[in-house]
Structures are given as structure tokens and as C-alpha cells.
Design a protein around this ligand. Structure first.
Ligand code: SAH
Length: 331
């Protein structure tokens, strides 16, 4: 099939691949789309395609930094701890978190796992002196790892299966692409592999992995693959690589990949931020800048309200067994 409209290089490449090898797996389609999407733009913020918690307010990164500093403090302030972020976006979360950590006497090196050259450049502005990695395998293997992943796991490719256990595939169509079948189950092997690798590091080196993302805490959701462009849902099957493709995170599956590590949560982002003191942090910011009171209050509400990001987004911590219990998860 040869559509007469202009075609992006990625669309042409996918069409050629399908013509040559036959239908491709949904996971391979998603991986190809997102690699192109993130490599070619900064998608964050009002002018982009979606807005993340650290871009809404400094309170988010500050509370994450305070959470890490508290854990490190109660672990006996071990030497040589590294701050690690998976998919750090613009580096905003890291900058806010590290500012708070430094005030607590924790001055870790920053190690960033990021595939996008465009976003690496943005991160270098906010996190000068950081070290970049293509893969978690090359993270330092000496001290404890204090690892944060906000809206990272949702971007990793999912495999989809129908009720008969057949894997769903994607083929070329007149306009864009077509997915065959109805998904009743998803699996994110890339996410499970990253958690397994990091949990093994935590067991040897100490530390914790904080995962914040939208998703579900019980298995059973069927088709959660979605495409987002200019802050609205769009089709995942037209204009490949031009919209953000995500799938809801299966927290139970990630917890299951963590071996012997301690699992805390998942808990709704709203409840978790409230346990860490977001109300007090908002009040302090408003006292310092009364003219910004309405903006700060709106951001707080957006992060914690159950009908905004408070319940769909969840926090889960995976931590070394010898380490103290992470804060904020006691119900
Ligand atoms: N954590 C940031 C950005 C979230 S967007 C925030 O909260 O604002 C997803 C991030 O993950 C981007 O930085 C993207 O480039 C990165 N990313 C997506 N897939 C990746 C992969 N397979 N390997 C490394 N980084 C990836």
C-alpha cells in the first residue's frame, strides 16, 4: 500500500520492515516510536505534549529529595552514595531534590540514565557535573544507590496478548498502521528487567529505588496503551514517533521482579506527598512569596487531589533489606 500523503522517515522505515518481515509486535512498534519521539524533542510542559509532576511544582522534587535524605540519614549516613535518575526529562526533579539533599549534608554524584540526546542537553544545564548512562548496567558499583524514576516506566514498551494468549501485532494500513486483535493482558519485560537489575544492586550496595508513575496495583488491566500529543489523547497508530506512547505501570509485576528487596506501597501519590508534608511545604512557600499563593495552592491541589494526579499516580519504593523503612508509606 502506498499512501499519497507525505511520510516521515520512521513511518517509511516501519512500513519497509513490515513488508520485509511481516507484522511486528506491539512492543517493537512502541519502542521504535518512543525512541524517535524522545530523540527529536523536549516533550514536556505547556508548549509540549504533557506535563509531569516536577514541572508542576518545585515541591515535588523537594519532597523526593527530603525522602531520600531522610532514608540515608537513618541508614547511618553511608559514604559514597550516588543519586541516580531514570529518564530525568529536563533535570528539574533532580535539581530540586539535590538542593534539599545538600542542605541535609548529602552530596551525592548524579548519574542519569537517559537515551535522548536532546534531553541530555537539557539535563546538563540543570545538573552540571552529572554522568550519563545508556543502561543501568554501567551505574557505579561502589556506594549505595538512591534511585528515582518519575514517569519513566510508563514509556517502556509493553507486549500485548489476547484472551487466547496470542501476542498482538501491528501491520501497515492505508493511513498509518493497524493493530490486530483485542488486548486482554500486557507485560513490560523491559521494566521488569530494569527492576531486577537494580534490586540486585541494592542488595549488594544498599539504597532504594523510588518509582512514581500512573498505573495499577493489581494485575488485570487489559489495554492501557495510549498516545498523547499537545495534552490530548490521540491515535497511537497514525504518525508514529510524533506522540508520546505510554502504558499504565503494573506495580505488582515490578514488585515481583525485585527479588528479596523490601517493597513499600504502592500508595497514591496524593497520600504519599501528604505523609511527607506537602501541606507544610506549600504553606512555607506561600509565607515566603505571598503573591504566588494561588499558583502554589493550585499546584499542590493538582499533585494530590484524587481526581487529578493523587490516585492514578502511585509511589512505590524498593529498598535494600538492611536499610530502614522508607518514610511515607505507613497507612
Ligand atoms: N522524569 C521526567 C521525564 C519523564 S518523560 C519528569 O518527570 O519530568 C520520560 C523520560 O524517560 C524522558 O527523559 C525519556 O527520554 C526517558 N526515556 C524513555 N525511554 C527510555 C529508555 N528506554 N531509556 C532511557 N531513557 C528513556
Amino acid at each position: 500500500m502506498r499512501p499519497s500523503r507525505p511520510m516521515s522517515p520512521l513511518e517509511r522505515e516501519l512500513r519497509e520492515r513490515i513488508a520485509r518481515d511481516g507484522p511486528i509486535k506491539v512492543a517493537d512498534y512502541m519502542a521504535a516510536c518512543n525512541a524517535h519521539y524522545y530523540a527529536t524533542r523536549d516533550p514536556l510542559g505547556v508548549a509540549g505534549d504533557f506535563t509531569t509532576a516536577p514541572e508542576i511544582s518545585q515541591m515535588f522534587g523537594e519532597l523526593v529529595g527530603a525522602w531520600l535524605a531522610d532514608l540515608w540519614e537513618r541508614a547511618g549516613r553511608p559514604e559514597g552514595a550516588a543519586y541516580v535518575e531514570l529518564g530525568p526529562g529536563r533535570g528539574t526533579l533532580g535539581a530540586d531534590a539535590l538542593r534539599v539533599m545538600r542542605k541535609a549534608g548529602l552530596e551525592p554524584e548524579a548519574h542519569l540514565v537517559e537515551m535522548s540526546p536532546v534531553l541530555r542537553r537539557a539535563q546538563a544545564v540543570r545538573l552540571p557535573g552529572a554522568t550519563w548512562h545508556d543502561d543501568v548496567k554501567t551505574l557505579p558499583d561502589t556506594g549505595p544507590l538512591l534511585i528515582v524514576a518519575n514517569e519513566f516506566f510508563d514509556a517502556l514498551p509493553v507486549r500485548q496478548f489476547d484472551a487466547g494468549g496470542r501476542e498482538l501485532t501491528v501491520t501497515a494500513a492505508e493511513l498509518g498502521f493497524l493493530r490486530w486483535g483485542d488486548a486482554t493482558r500486557e507485560d513490560c519485560p523491559a521494566g521488569r528487567a530494569i527492576v531486577a537489575a537494580l534490586a540486585a544492586r541494592l542488595a549488594r550496595q544498599g539504597g532504594a529505588l523510588l518509582i512514581i508513575d500512573y498505573g495499577y496495583d493489581r494485575p488485570g488491566r487489559a489495554d492501557t496503551l495510549q498516545a498523547m500529543s499537545r495534552h490530548a489523547f490521540t491515535s497511537a497508530w497514525t504518525a508514529p514517533g510524533e506522540a508520546d506512547l505510554t502504558a499504565h505501570v503494573d506495580f505488582a509485576a515490578l514488585a515481583g521482579a525485585a527479588g528479596e528487596a523490601r517493597i513499600s506501597g504502592p500508595l497514591g501519590q496524593g497520600a504519599w506527598l501528604q505523609a511527607l508534608g506537602i501541606e507544610q511545604r506549600a504553606a512555607a512557600l506561600i509565607r515566603a512569596q505571598p503573591a504566588r499563593a494561588a499558583e502554589i495552592e493550585a499546584a499542590r491541589s493538582r499533585l494530590v487531589s484524587p481526581d487529578r494526579m493523587g490516585e492514578l499516580f502511585k509511589a512505590m519504593a524498593i529498598s535494600a533489606t538492611g536499610w530502614p523503612e522508607p518514610a511515607g508509606f505507613a497507612r
